[in-house]
Design a protein. Structure first.
Length: 102
C-alpha cells in the first residue's frame, strides 16, 4: 500500500512540475544552439578575413605586374634592345619609304 501512495505522489509531482521541467529543457536546447551558431559565426568571420587577405595579396601582385609590364614596354627600353641586341639603326631620310593605301 505504501508503494501505491508513493507512485501516486510521484505522478502528482510530475503533473505539477512538468512545465518547469519542459521549460528547463527548452532553455538548455536554446543555450546549446546559441553556442553552436556563435561558433559557426566565428568560423565564417575567420574564413572571410582569410579571403580578404588573399584578395589584398592578389591586388598587390597585380599592381606589381602592371608596373613591370609598363617598364618592359617603355620606348627607351625597346629602342635600346633594337640597337644593342638586334643591331638595328634608324633609316636615313633618303631610305624612308611611306606606304599609303589607295
Amino acid at each position: 500500500m505504501a508503494d501505491i501512495r508513493l507512485h501516486r505522489l510521484i505522478a502528482r509531482d510530475w503533473r505539477a512540475g512538468k512545465w518547469p521541467a519542459l521549460l528547463l529543457v527548452a532553455c538548455m536546447i536554446s543555450a546549446l544552439l546559441v553556442v553552436h551558431f556563435a561558433h559557426l559565426n566565428r568560423q565564417t568571420i575567420i574564413a572571410q578575413d582569410t579571403l580578404y587577405q588573399q584578395r589584398d595579396q592578389l591586388d598587390i601582385e597585380w599592381r606589381n605586374l602592371l608596373l613591370e609590364q609598363r617598364a618592359l614596354a617603355e620606348h627607351s627600353r625597346v629602342e635600346d634592345i633594337a640597337r644593342n641586341r638586334l643591331n638595328m639603326v634608324r633609316p636615313a631620310d633618303e631610305r624612308d619609304i611611306a606606304v599609303t593605301v589607295p
